[in-house]
Design a protein around this ligand. Structure first.
Ligand SMILES: [Fe+2]
Ligand SMILES: [Fe+2]
Length: 275
């Protein structure tokens, strides 16, 4: 299973078992012999269990799953669910609101199953038909499942851009909240998969998307939850090289591994000042 993980030495963002759980859920959801109310119960149950898992977390780290071919929708959904769920938990969102949001996140790319999308490029390449069609097919699926208008809209608008130049041309805060937060998680995953894992590179790339692609307030919430450094980033601190593990929720400090295997907590302000 470790070949699925971005950084093999670090703990995964979510337990490996969650990938199997999601795969099984998608199988049930796409099974035409199953009844819709049964499908919604399964979906809600996965959403609740995911939030419960994240509530127990003391460190928020971004060691995501690789988007392996054949399972990329499952791995991608796990990554995006983890990022959005962490923001809900860290922001103390009302429970019912968080569960509703998680259901939308889990279904946001289900349209790719209908299109048999081969890779994550189908999700991000704006010239591909799959990119344009999957939010519509996903929304239709949510409507058939009798989900709320907020959940359906989240799926339909999850590729909109904050500056209004997206596919459906919704702009700013008129883009539904759940859709804006899914877009944030999509972009964070993309940066972590394709950018150099250096502190300046990740943060600089994320900040460039603020106000153009992403809601600036949500970028702030993300940095408040995960800190400015990606998991695995190497920094110098008092003559030592440290490897970032993630943001410690209780102390608000960034947790690092030293090369000798010790743990070090560094105040987040140290990196904020440098920026
Ligand atoms: Fe998508
Ligand atoms: Fe996505």
């Amino acid at each position: 299973m470790s070949e699925v993980l971005l950084l093999e030495r670090c703990e995964p963002s979510l337990p490996f078992a969650f990938l199997e759980r999601l795969e099984s859920l998608f199988g049930d959801l796409l099974d035409t012999n199953r009844q819709d109310p049964v499908k919604e119960v399964s979906l809600t149950s996965v959403a609740i269990d995911l939030l419960k898992t994240l509530m127990k977390r003391s460190v928020f780290s971004l060691n995501l799953f690789r988007l392996v071919s054949g399972r990329w929708v499952v791995c991608h959904t796990a990554n995006v669910s983890f990022i959005v769920g962490s923001l809900f938990v860290n922001g103390s969102f009302p429970y019912a609101f968080a569960v509703q949001g998680m259901k939308a996140v889990i279904l946001h790319d289900i349209g790719h199953f209908f299109l048999k999308s081969a890779s994550v490029e189908d999700d991000f390449d704006e010239k591909k038909d799959n990119h344009r069609l999957h939010p519509v097919l996903g929304c239709k699926f949510c409507v058939q499942l009798n989900l709320s208008a907020d959940e359906c809209d989240a799926v339909l608008y999850h590729h909109e851009r904050f500056d209004g130049t997206g596919f459906i041309s919704r702009k700013g805060k008129t883009i539904p909240f759940y859709a804006r937060i899914i877009r944030l998680a999509d972009e964070v995953e993309r940066l972590l998969m394709w950018c150099e894992r250096t502190p300046a590179d990740f943060l600089g790339s994320l900040l460039k998307l603020r106000g153009t692609v992403l809601d600036p307030d949500l970028v702030g919430d993300f940095l408040g939850t995960f800190g400015p450094l990606p998991t695995g980033a190497r920094v110098s601190w008092k003559g030592e090289t440290l490897v970032c593990r993630g943001l410690d929720k209780k102390s608000g400090k960034i947790l690092f591994d030293t090369e000798s295997g010790d743990l070090v907590f560094v105040p987040i302000e140290h990196f904020a000042k440098k920026k």
